[in-house]
Design a binder for this molecule. Structure first.
Ligand code: SF4
Ligand code: SF4
Ligand code: FES
Length: 246
């Protein structure tokens, strides 16, 4: 039985709960009897599904958080974030002649030019991302910088909720990262060569044989496979049979 700790009061979606301290909001509410079918995914702060807004009783500031990461506090008044539609443009886009990827992102999302630099998106981001900063970089054509700044975005959408300029920041950042990766980063020739080599007929023959193997034989083969020793210095070990190495 888990330690209950002191009991505190919070309001979730209009309903009052007495919950144990020292829990995340998600765990505390589940212990209190709620069951989340939607609005919760990874439970580890990665998927961005569990965004909430909350105020502490008597305080003016509106906070945001991920329910699976935020610890409960006495007097929290919590609103789960509903799904709300945002502008999302297709990313399989090819810049036109004389059109840079950076120009294309701004063409797809011209509202970034209307950012009034209020800072509300940066203040609310539960991942601590300088959202206003990356919007500014996109305006200036710095997709590399915007990609780095927004890299840990979990797409919780909190920043877009209160943007007075109606910018869908996470989708703008996604477009910036994808277009930068596709068009601005030098192509990795060695990777292209490795992919070509994957088409070799002898590799296909091996895969086909594995696909049709009896599961017990496959398991045996897996257990008897040659393994890299745990203490092998990185990048030094090679298997005895190197015929299929790419
Ligand atoms: S909330 Fe919107 S207008 Fe305000 S800084 Fe962020 S992107 Fe700009
Ligand atoms: S940038 Fe926006 S969508 Fe991404 S984590 Fe921050 S608040 Fe969520
Ligand atoms: S459940 Fe995925 S971030 Fe909280």
């Amino acid at each position: 039985m888990s330690n209950q700790g002191s009991r505190i009061t919070l309001i979730y979606d209009g309903e009052t709960f007495r919950v144990s301290e020292g829990r995340t909001v998600l765990v505390a509410l589940e212990e209190a009897g709620l069951s989340f079918i939607r609005g919760v995914g990874c439970r580890g702060g990665v998927c961005g599904a569990c965004g909430i807004l909350y105020r502490l009783r008597g305080e003016p500031e509106l906070h945001s958080a991920l329910m699976c990461q935020e610890m409960v506090k006495d007097g929290m008044e919590i609103m789960p974030l509903p799904y709300f539609p945002q502008k999302k443009m297709g990313h399989e886009v090819v810049p036109g002649e004389n059109e840079s990827p950076a120009y294309l992102v701004v063409n797809l999302y011209p509202e970034v030019n209307h950012c009034i630099m209020c800072g509300e998106c940066t203040r609310l981001c539960p991942m601590g991302i300088d959202v206003m900063g990356y919007v500014g970089m996109i305006k200036r054509g710095d997709l590399h910088g915007a990609g780095r700044e927004s890299f840990v975005c979990v797409q919780c959408q909190v920043c877009a909720l209160r943007c007075p300029s109606r910018i869908s920041q996470p989708n703008v950042a996604l477009a910036a990262r994808r277009l930068h990766g596709r068009w601005e980063v030098p192509r990795a020739d060695h990777l292209s060569r490795a992919i070509e080599r994957l088409e070799r007929p002898e590799l296909n023959r091996v895969f086909r044989r594995l696909q049709h193997m009896d599961p017990a034989d496959l398991q045996m083969l897996y257990q008897r496979r040659e393994r890299e020793p745990d203490d092998a210095p990185p990048g030094t070990w090679l298997p005895e049979d190197r015929s299929l190495l790419i």
